[in-house]
Design a protein around this ligand. Structure first.
Ligand code: ATP
Ligand code: MG
Length: 318
């Protein structure tokens, strides 16, 4: 039998003013997994998380943690859940150590134990040399890591990470990803939200894709990517002024092309054994008096899954 640590039943949130931010969310999070919510800005991810931990009262539905219903500020939540909110929240005038100790105190962690955890977390998140620096003197990426440490100081069974890594440089992001990926081995269950398909793919055992408050699919990233179709993908950029729609239609008529469409200013074609088809693709474009400026080769991504489901791109600004 699968052991579920969190279960939501028909969660719904209608904000004052009438906006339905979460429509009917029923999910079961398995103990020890990394469960990802992937969706664009405004999809309802933060709203869903806040309802799950009792920070926001659902319009309808409920959440169970270890079979017990979540009530606002209940002891269950305090003992079992750690939250790393989307907006970094710190006491700017306190040092890193003081921030962590203050939180340990709130969670009623015995002092010596709190000190030990504080030192260990600062070490693990590569902040040990900033232990005595005030939070306001940290860089954005350091603040984000301190915030993560603060969410872990009560050693919760379940950790909710609302957008773990926006604004981090790629290297810091990697360090954070490795750290997050290791947390289940230490006995934690993780729920994270992100609008970054790579992050969701890399970290999650299972991904729930949500859009406009609705759960669209829920499965392992590998299975979701396989569901989009066979073949690899070539993304073609053309010179300005080219008729991309027409190019996509022309490609569709070729036998070896599985599908072709226009996404984010590129013609995206799916074909088996794409690399070996490249010369033919170039030749075909040339015959149509056009020129390819850039080619990207890749396998399926969760972005493809999102586009397949919604007809829109997930990435901001595209
Ligand atoms: N307190 C609020 N009152 C009214 N509407 C709200 C409130 N908070 C969020 N919303 C709206 O609910 C919808 C979902 O917002 P939410 O913050 O849950 O999205 P999100 O998926 O977390 O987005 P992001 O990726 O930008 O963090 C949005 O349309 C937002 O404007
Ligand atoms: Mg959010």
């Amino acid at each position: 039998m699968v052991d579920h640590v969190i279960e939501t039943e028909h969660l719904k949130m209608i904000y004052p003013g009438g906006l339905e931010a979460v429509k009917d969310l029923s999910i079961k999070v398995r103990r020890g997994e990394v469960f990802g919510f992937l969706g664009p800005n405004g999809a309802g991810k933060t709203t869903a998380l806040n309802m799950m931990v009792g920070l926001l009262k659902p319009t309808k539905g409920r959440t169970l943690i270890d079979g017990e219903e979540v009530k606002p500020w209940s002891r269950t939540v305090k003992e079992k859940i750690g939250i790393v909110p989307q907006e970094t929240i710190l006491w700017e005038n306190l040092t890193c150590t003081e921030n962590l100790m203050l939180l340990a105190n709130l969670y009623e962690v015995p002092k010596e134990e709190g000190q030990a955890r504080t030192a260990r977390l600062l070490e693990e998140l590569q902040l040990a040399d900033k232990a005595d620096a005030r939070a306001k003197a940290l860089s954005g990426g350091m603040k984000r890591r301190l915030n993560l440490a603060m969410g872990l100081v009560n050693e919760p069974d379940v950790i909710l990470l609302d957008e773990p890594s926006p604004g981090l440089d790629p290297q810091t992001r990697r360090v954070l990803w490795e750290y997050i990926a290791d947390l289940p081995k230490k006995g934690h269950t993780l729920i994270l939200t992100t609008h970054d398909m790579d992050e969701a793919d890399y970290l999650s055992d299972r991904v729930a894709i949500i859009d406009n408050g609705e759960l669209l699919v829920l499965d392992e990233p590998r299975k979701l990517k396989a569901s989009v179709g066979e073949g690899d993908v070539l993304e073609l950029a053309f010179d300005e002024g080219a008729d991309l729609q027409k190019a996509a239609e022309d490609f569709t008529s070729l036998g070896y092309i599985i599908s072709a469409n226009v996404t984010a200013g590129r013609v995206v074609i799916r074909t088996k054994d794409a690399m070996s088809r490249l010369p033919e693709v170039f030749e075909f474009v040339k015959e149509h008096d056009s020129e390819i400026r850039d080619v990207r080769y890749r396998g399926n991504t969760l972005e493809d899954v999102f586009i397949d489901l919604t007809g829109r791109a997930l990435r901001d600004g595209d």
